[in-house]
Design a protein around this ligand. Sequence first.
Ligand code: 16G
Length: 256
Amino acid sequence: MFAQNEPFGPGGVSLPQGGPLYLQLKRVIEDAVASGAIRPGDALPSERDLALKAAVSRVTVRKAVQHLVRDGLLVQRHGSGTFVAPQPARVEQSLSQLTSFTEDMARRGMEVRSVLLDSGISHPSPEETMALGLSPGVRVARVARLRLCGGNPLAIERAAVSADLLPDPADIGSSLYAHLEKSGHRPVRAIQRIRATNLDPADAALLEIAPGSAALHIERVGYLASGRVVEFTRSVYRGDTYDFVAELRVGEGAQP
Ligand code: 16G
């Protein structure tokens, strides 16, 4: 509920001057979110009410709202209305430690949850055969998970492991690394490749952000102490919540 003096309270909404009306209304809504006058999870008044309060047409309201949904500031839930989108805290992750998602989040005291999207044993793709160094005829175990932190979807991780090291991909429980550790197959070293990407509609829907939103595409190849590759994981992390942090040191030769 909004009080009398709040931007969408019982009084009218005054628009700033200049530019198309829908952009003026968009600015009012953005400012209300930025100032905390309306918070993540709050419902926006109905299209009809907003049109009346701001003295604009419903077409103008619809256009402002559509732009804000596209920008990820608002979310529309079918049948229940338009809400301010959740604004998860950014997560910082060191690039020098080989840790699991579960350990990373537990260290921060954040609640971790995973939704199993898919798992099974299959014929490997040429890319998986190459990355995992599989011999002909060897199968691959795949586990795809949506990973949530503090209730917010943060990443989709699609892991591929040689099936002889992970014969039971549906039974990994809450942590792939903890499961691999039990059989002595937890990676001890990894190479990670990170690039920018834009989310396709299916991944965007799982991560609850607009299609095309910026994300980080991460590939991790994890090795056993023997040098054998154990894990080839491709992930997409929400670009608005995840920061990778690397410590850089001056190289020997460059020191004064
Ligand atoms: C991390 C790894 C992922 C690994 C997972 C295991 C990145 C980008 N990815 O999320 O490759 O499979 O940890 O986590 O860091 P788990 O043991 O919690 O399942």
